[in-house]
Design a protein around this ligand. Sequence first.
Ligand code: ADE
Length: 222
Amino acid sequence: MRIDIVSVVPEILHGSFSNFLIKRAINKGLIDIHIHDLRLYGLGKRKKVDDYPYGGGSGMVIRIEPVYQCFSELLSKRDYDEKIFMTPEGNLFSQKNAKSLTEKKNIIILCGRYKGIDQRIRDHLISKEISIGKYILSGGELAAAVVVESIVRLLPGVIQNQDSILTDSFQKKSFVAPPIYTRPSIYKGWAVPEILLSGHHKKIKDWFYKKSMQVKKRRLDS
Ligand code: ADE
């Protein structure tokens, strides 16, 4: 799978993908991530990518030409299954969306900045708009990093223990992760529930199920 990310602040993205999981996926050839600096496609000597909004108002708007140039260059080399724009106005991203994106071969992710992007980019160049939550970030870069990480960890071969993916809280529709513990069994007098140390697999399984239901109920009540 190949992901091309387009941004005016690519340095934010470079930092986001230096973690172990993504590096392993890259080294194994499971994912190919390319970060593009939109400024390289900017206009004139000053490589301008933004301008004042028509009709007035505060803030700058990303112009269509640099985005069109960058996209054209990418599209001339390969087909893309999705051209995604990260925006708080997009469809709320879910685990189901992450899973469906793992089935794509090539995707482009465009990160917004400033007041927004020229509407014609959304109308003519974008196939999907994604929001990672009902809050406003200064740009789409961190949101894109969230989407990429959620995709990459689902690619077969990235996480060695596939069991851990299957038991992720949101992977199965109704499953809520129960509390988990590791060593030491007692820390500052705070003890791990005895049942987990009992070695009694059936009882432990029942306990996890019961706890999972309690967490679920608590979440629904709150
Ligand atoms: N850009 C700014 N805020 C965002 C959000 N919540 N989701 C996706 N992209 C964004």
